[in-house]
Each structure stands twice: as C-alpha cells, then as structure tokens.
Design a protein around this ligand. Structure first.
Ligand code: SAM
Ligand code: SF4
Ligand code: SF4
Length: 339
C-alpha cells in the first residue's frame, strides 16, 4: 500500500471518485431538477471532458499518492460511451484494490456484463422507492421501478456483487416507503444504504425540514424488523451500519447532515473536465486539465495534487449547522462531481 499523503487534519487520501460525465438520463429533483436542467441546459462540450487516457493518467498519479479505492460516478456514468473501456484501463493500475461504480441502473441490462468483464468488482444502484408513482416523481418521470429492477437483476447475473442500493430519503416524498424497500433488499440480500437528503449544490431548494434523520430511519425499520448496530468496517467508512437481529443482512446510513463524518473523510473527487475537489461541498476545484494538456510531467502534476491535499481544511458537514443561508456560497453540483 502506498504511503498516503495527508491533509492539514492528518486525514490520509484513500478514495478517489471519478465523475465521467455531467450528463444524466434522469432528472432527480434533489440533484438535477428538470425545470433547471431542461432541453437548453448547456452541459460540458466533449472537448472539455477528459479522455479515458487522461483520466487513467491522472488516476495513476492519485493512486501513487494513496488512493486505493476507485468509484466511477457522474452524472450517470453509464451514459458515457464505452465506460467499460475506462474500467478496463483503471482496474489494472498497480495499487488499486477496488473498482466500483454508482449508477441509476437504467442502462444496466445492456452494460452489466461488459462492466464485469472489464474488471468492475462491485456496483451501487440508486433506487429511492419501490412504489412506481413515488419513484417516477423523484426521477423526473424518466424511469419505471421495473426498469431499474431489471438493471439490478442483470448486475446480479453478471456477478457484480455485493450489490448495494442507495436510497435518498426525503420527508413527505418517499419516507413512507422505506420499510418496504428495506424488506425487499433484505429478502434479496442487497446492502441498502439510506442517505440523508443533503444540501449539495445550490439548485435543489434543500430545506432542513425535508431531511429525515438517520436515527428516525433506523427506528422506523427497527420497529418492524429489529436491528443491532455493528462496527464500521474500516476507519474511513462513512456509513453507520446495522445488522438485522435475525441475521438476515444489513443496512447502512449516510448521516451527512445529522452525524457528520468529516473527521474520517479520505475522499478526493475528479470532475469530468479534470479538476480535483477535496469536498463534496466545495466551491472551487483545482484544475489539472490545463497542466495535463500543456505537457506537464507526472511529477509536476503530482506536486499540484500534493499541494491541494496538503492544504485541505474541508469539514463542511461539521460546520453546516453554524452557517446561515447567506454564508452558503455557490457550491459545486452533485451531478457534476458525483455522490
Ligand atoms: N447517477 C448515478 C446515481 O444516481 O446513482 C450516480 C451519480 S449520483 C449524483 C450519486 C448518488 O448521489 C446517488 O445515489 C444519488 O441518489 C445521490 N444524491 C444525489 N443528490 C443527492 C442529495 N441532494 N442528497 C443526498 N444524496 C444525493
Ligand atoms: Fe442523475 Fe444520479 Fe443525479 Fe439522479 S442522482 S439526476 S440519476 S446523477
Ligand atoms: Fe468529506 Fe466534505 Fe463530506 Fe465532510 S462535508 S465528509 S469533508 S466531503
């Protein structure tokens, strides 16, 4: 394992999230509301997006600096043409322990086997509700539940296991369907992770009263299917984990709002156009594309990354409660740098 670089709070660099596109075939209201991301929205032109070769080169450098886990995300990573080819280029990089991908699942029936063959280890599929009306409302009416279930089945058949399911919980939108989702995931043997609705970006109109605290989610499930809390798998794991008392599986909670985990945050994010971000709530990234395209050596790029991580002071979620709305500057959008 490489000697990981550390930030100002001595947090090592361990994970790299690679956003391969800012485009998506869904319009989840909490991420890319349809009224803003309409027909005329200007997404990044192709020339501005890193090529697979460029992503691979930058990833190689970032892995040397400590990142052992890679997650491919977006936007919707499966709308990027031949993303399996990229997986095939990233997974052999020396020092990479784990390559995974987060998707809305819509294109998995066509792509699951290709991804597996290219070296993808595991997959996370986002599914906010099993109720078709609720789900359609949440994804901007771009997909039925069945379509995503087909995708999950294809992933399972291809051997992309263990399968994780991400569910963003919004009060008054899908919180009445979380127990059904938990029961389904338990039966299927999938690891379900509930994510507190976060104030990422500036376009989703986030309000605290729409957040269902992780504790409440646990209580609602525990009342029907008793749970017992378990230890974190590793130090930088962000999910609070619970097992079912009957031994039938587990759930996780990403309590970014009510129980922030900045102290253990070891994630760097690479945007589609080649900037690195040291926090999901960052207002600014560090551009690597310009040096990359103007002939910088690996050592020069490595130095920029070292400086960026070395001066990292981010702990947005821990400071959130102390902020007023006016303090909240323009932040990068979730669909841009991935979850
Ligand atoms: N398109 C893929 C998908 O939806 O799985 C990958 C990108 S998406 C930005 C990554 C994750 O972020 C998804 O699980 C999504 O539900 C989550 N997400 C997006 N906006 C969110 C928000 N405001 N609060 C909490 N989670 C959010
Ligand atoms: Fe697309 Fe994922 Fe954002 Fe939904 S959460 S709009 S699927 S990027
Ligand atoms: Fe990491 Fe920023 Fe999230 Fe804190 S708020 S856990 S520093 S990404």
């Amino acid at each position: 394992m490489a000697d990981a670089i550390q930030d100002t709070f001595k947090r090592p660099l361990r994970d790299l999230r690679i956003s391969v596109t800012d485009r998506c075939n869904f319009r989840c209201a909490y991420c890319m509301p349809a009224e803003i991301f309409g027909e005329h929205y200007r997404f990044l032109p192709k020339a501005e997006i890193l090529t697979f070769e460029e992503i691979t080169r930058l990833t190689g450098i970032i892995v040397r600096l400590g990142a052992v886990k890679l997650r491919i995300t977006g936007g919707e990573p499966l709308v990027r043409e031949q993303v399996d080819k990229l997986i095939g280029m990233l997974s052999p990089i020396d020092g990479v322990d784990d390559v995974t991908l987060t998707t809305n699942g819509f294109l998995l029936p066509q792509k699951a086997q290709l991804l597996k063959d290219a070296g993808l280890n595991r997959i996370t599929v986002s599914l906010d509700s099993l109720d078709d009306t609720v789900f359609r409302k949440m994804n901007g009416n771009r997909s039925s539940v069945q379509k995503v279930l087909d995708g999950i089945e294809a992933a399972e058949k291809a051997g992309l296991q263990p399968i994780k399911i991400n569910c963003v919980v919004q009060r008054g939108v899908n919180d009445h369907t979380i127990v059904d989702l938990a029961r389904w995931a338990k039966d299927k043997g999938y690891i379900l992770r509930f994510i507190e609705y976060m104030d990422v970006g500036t376009k989703n109109g986030w309000r605290m009263d729409q957040v269902v605290p992780a504790q409440e989610i646990v209580e609602r499930i525990d009342a029907v299917m008793p749970l017992v809390q378990t230890k974190r798998n590793y130090q930088s794991e962000v999910a609070l984990r619970y097992n079912y008392q009957d031994g039938g599986g587990e759930i996780g909670l990403i309590a970014s709002v009510t129980k922030p985990f900045c102290g253990a945050c070891s994630r760097m994010r690479l945007s589609p156009e080649g900037s690195i971000y040291t926090c999901l709530f960052a207002t600014q990234g560090t551009d690597l594309r310009e040096p990359l395209r103007s002939g910088a050596s690996d050592d020069e790029i490595e130095q920029i990354i070292r400086n960026t991580w070395g001066t990292r002071i981010d702990r947005y979620s821990e400071l959130r409660s102390e902020q007023t709305d006016e303090d909240r500057a323009e932040k990068v959008e979730m669909y841009h740098i991935g979850g």
